[in-house]
Design a protein. Structure first.
Length: 636
C-alpha cells in the first residue's frame, strides 16, 4: 500500500465497493471482537512505546533499575493499581450498558472499534488542536473530517468548511455567532464606507442575502478597510437593544439555543419559539405568520433554525418547505441566515447517498435499502416528506452535526459545517483569510472557533472512522438504517398490540407519533378507562423508575430506558391528540398541561437484524408487564 509521505491525511476517502460488515465494526454486546481489539490495542501501545525509545536513542534513561525496585517507587505503582481497580469496580457497577439491547434510553450506544483505538492511540501523543504546531497530524485530520461531513451534507467542498467541536452545544453557539456577526456587517460598512452600500437604507442592509453580504466582505477587503469595518460590527460594539432583530426557532429546540442567546448577547426575549404540530414538526403556517408579523413591525430576522432529529422525539422539521419559504421571502427583499441543527440526525444523510456521494432518487433509495440488506423486515422506510427534508439540507447556511451521536464516536465530538467559508473572516481573531494564501490548514485553529485547547485524539477518532466506514449507504448508511428500521418495527408492534393485560387489568399503550421520523420512540401506558391524566403520569413515572438506574448494581435491571415530560409551556397543545388516543379527554389535558412519556432511543445497530426480531420486541413488552405490576402495587 502506498504511504502518505507527509503528515497531512490523504486528500480523499478511498472508495469502498462492497458494503461494510457492521458486526466487524464494534466490540460487540458480548465482546465478540475482543481478540481483535486487544491485539490491536496492544500493538498500538507497543508502537507508541517504541517511538519513545527510538527518539534519540543516545539520550540516557531518566529512571534506572535500582530506583524502579525501590520501596517508594513500587508503593506508588501499587497505589496507582489500587485506584484503577477501584475505578473499574465503580464503572462496572453503575455505568449504563450502551452496548446491550436491554438499554433503550438516551442517545448512547456502543462506539466503533476504530474510533476507540484511534482515540486511545492518539491520546498518548496528546496533540492540542488549538494550534498547528501542537497538532501537526491531527489538525489536518480535523479539517479533513470537516470536508467529509460537508460532502455528506451536500455542501460543495471547494467553498465550504467544517470542524470538530466539543459537542453540539458549541456548534450551535458557533452557528449563531456567525449569523449574528454577518447580520451586523452591512451596517458597519455604512458607517465606514457608505459609498459601498449607496442607495440602501438600514432595512435593506439588514435583509441582505448571505451570499451578498459575503460578496460585500470581498469588496471591503479590496477597498483596504476590512479591519476598520469589522471593528464597527457587533463583535466590537455589542448587540445593543433591538439592533439586529430576532431569531426564530421551533419549540422542539435543544436547550443549548437558549443558552446561546444569553452568551452571545442576543437575549432570550429576541428568541421567538415557533409552535410545533402534533408530529412535533415546526408548524409552517405559524412560522409564516410570525415572519409576516416581524416584517410588519420592521423587525429584522437574524436567523431561522430548523431541527433534523429533535432530542426528545427524534422529529425532523420540513426542511424542504422551510427552505422554499426562505427563498420566497428573499424574492420580496427579506433575508435571514438559515441554520439546521442536525446534531442528532445529520449522519443519517449518509443513508441517502450512493457510492459517489450522489443523493439517490426516492425509488432508487427504497430499493437499495432492501437489496443491500439494510432493512430486513417489512417497514414503511423513510417517507417522501422525510426524503425531501434530507435532500434540502444543503439549502442551509450552516449545519450542526455530532459525530458522537450517530457517528458512533466516543465523547466528546460535535461538529459544524458552513456552506461558504468566507464567513470565517467575520469571527476570526488571527491570521484572517488564510484560504486566500492557499493554505488549507490554519496555523491557529483556535482563532476561528469558540474553543481553545481541544483534544486532537477526537479528530483522529473521527478521521479514522471516516476512512474505514464510507459516509454513504454502503457504510454509515447501513449502521444508521438499522436503527431507523428498529424504531419502525417497535412502533408497528405497539400499534398492533394496542393493549396488554396485567394482574387482570388492561393497559393501553400508544406511540407518541404514528410513524417515527427517525430512531426515537416515545410512548406511554394508561389503564383502560382511566381519564385522570395525573394518574396516568404517575403510572409511567413508576415504570421509568423501575427501568432506570437508581442505586444498586445496574446489571440487576433487566431493561433500562429514559423518560421526558411534554408540557404546554414547552409544546403548546401538540401532545393533546396523543393523550386523547390514550383515553384522556381534552379538558383534562387543559387542566394538567403535561404528559410523561417513556423515551427509547434505538441506536443499537444489532436489534433489527436479530433472527428472532419479533420475539425481541415481544420480550420488551413482557418485561414492561412486570414494571406495570410494580406500579399497580405502588399506586394501590
Amino acid at each position: 500500500m502506498a504511504q502518505n509521505p507527509s503528515n497531512k491525511p490523504d486528500a480523499k476517502q478511498q472508495p469502498v465497493q462492497e458494503n461494510v460488515e457492521v458486526n466487524a465494526l464494534f466490540l460487540g454486546p458480548k465482546s465478540e471482537n475482543r481478540d481483535y481489539f486487544k491485539n490491536t490495542l496492544s500493538f498500538l501501545m507497543d508502537e507508541h512505546m517504541h517511538w519513545r525509545r527510538d527518539f534519540h536513542p543516545e539520550d540516557r534513561n531518566v529512571m534506572d533499575l535500582k530506583e524502579m525496585r525501590s520501596e517508594h517507587f513500587q508503593a506508588t505503582l501499587d497505589r496507582t493499581t489500587d485506584v484503577l481497580l477501584d475505578l473499574s469496580a465503580k464503572l462496572k457497577k453503575t455505568s449504563m450498558p450502551w452496548f446491550s439491547a436491554r438499554y433503550l434510553g438516551h442517545m448512547n450506544s456502543d462506539t466503533l472499534m476504530v474510533a476507540n483505538l484511534a482515540y486511545m492511540m492518539t491520546m498518548l501523543y496528546n496533540p492540542n488542536n488549538c494550534a498547528y504546531e501542537a497538532s501537526t497530524v491531527t489538525t489536518p485530520m480535523e479539517i479533513e473530517a470537516g470536508k467529509d461531513m460537508a460532502t455528506m451534507l451536500g455542501f460543495p467542498t471547494e467553498s465550504s468548511w467544517g470542524h470538530i467541536t466539543t459537542d453540539g452545544t458549541v456548534a450551535n453557539y458557533e452557528g449563531l455567532w456567525m449569523a449574528r456577526n454577518l447580520k451586523s456587517f452591512p451596517l458597519a460598512v455604512k458607517k465606514v464606507r457608505p459609498d459601498l452600500v449607496k442607495g440602501m437604507d438600514d432595512w435593506a442592509l439588514l435583509n441582505m442575502p448571505v451570499k451578498m453580504v459575503l460578496d460585500l466582505v470581498d469588496t471591503v477587503k479590496k477597498a483596504g478597510v476590512f479591519d476598520d469595518v469589522r471593528n464597527e460590527t457587533v463583535r466590537a460594539n455589542g448587540v445593543g437593544e433591538g439592533t439586529l432583530g430576532v431569531v426564530l426557532i421551533p419549540q422542539s429546540k435543544h436547550y443549548s439555543w437558549v443558552k446561546a442567546a444569553d452568551v452571545l448577547g442576543i437575549g432570550n426575549k429576541h428568541f421567538i419559539e415557533v409552535q410545533v404540530n402534533e408530529n412535533f414538526h415546526m408548524d409552517i403556517t405559524i412560522l409564516k405568520k410570525i415572519i409576516d408579523d416581524q416584517i410588519s413591525k420592521k423587525i429584522p430576522i437574524i436567523a431561522l433554525v430548523a431541527v433534523v432529529g429533535t432530542t426528545e422525539e427524534g422529529s425532523i422539521d420540513e426542511i424542504a418547505t422551510i427552505a422554499k419559504l426562505k427563498e420566497d421571502y428573499e424574492k420580496k427583499g427579506i433575508s435571514f441566515y438559515f441554520h439546521v441543527d442536525a446534531a442528532y440526525g445529520g449522519y443519517s444523510r449518509s443513508m441517502f447517498l450512493d457510492e459517489n456521494s450522489r443523493f439517490m432518487e426516492y425509488d432508487e433509495l427504497k430499493k437499495r435499502l432492501i437489496s443491500d440488506g439494510i432493512f430486513v423486515n417489512p417497514t414503511d422506510g423513510p417517507t417522501k416528506e422525510i426524503y425531501e427534508s434530507y435532500k434540502a439540507i444543503p439549502k442551509a447556511d450552516s449545519i450542526t452535526i455530532d459525530p458522537h451521536k450517530m457517528g458512533y464516536i466516543p465523547y466528546a465530538a460535535g461538529g459544524i459545517v458552513v456552506k461558504d467559508r468566507r464567513i470565517l473572516d467575520l469571527i476570526s481573531y488571527l491570521a484572517s483569510y488564510f484560504y486566500e494564501k492557499g493554505e488549507d490548514t490554519p496555523a491557529l485553529l483556535g482563532s476561528y472557533i469558540l474553543e481553545g485547547s481541544k483534544a486532537g485524539a477526537t479528530a483522529a477518532a473521527v478521521w479514522a472512522s471516516h476512512r474505514v466506514i464510507p459516509l454513504n449507504i454502503t457504510g454509515y448508511g447501513q449502521i444508521i438504517g438499522r436503527s431507523i428500521e428498529g424504531a419502525q418495527i417497535f412502533t408497528n408492534e405497539l400499534k398492533t398490540v394496542k393493549s396488554i393485560k396485567v394482574a387482570g387489568r388492561e393497559f393501553v399503550v400508544e406511540p407518541l407519533t404514528i410513524n417515527p421520523d427517525f430512531n426515537i420512540v416515545c410512548m406511554a401506558f394508561n389503564e383502560k378507562g382511566n381519564t385522570d391524566l395525573e394518574k396516568m403520569n404517575k403510572l409511567n413515572d413508576i415504570i421509568f423508575q423501575e427501568s432506570s438506574y437508581v442505586d444498586g448494581p445496574v446489571y440487576l435491571n433487566d431493561w433500562i430506558t429514559s423518560q421526558t415530560e411534554l408540557k404546554t409551556v414547552d409544546y403548546g397543545d401538540a401532545p393533546k391528540s396523543f393523550v386523547g388516543r390514550l383515553g384522556i379527554p381534552g379538558n383534562e389535558w387543559d387542566r394538567v398541561k403535561s404528559v410523561m412519556v417513556l423515551r427509547l432511543c434505538i441506536l443499537n445497530p444489532f436489534i433489527s437484524h436479530y433472527d428472532n426480531i419479533e420475539t425481541t420486541w415481544k420480550n420488551y413488552l413482557e418485561i414492561m408487564k412486570g414494571k406495570i405490576e410494580v406500579a399497580i402495587t405502588q399506586m394501590n
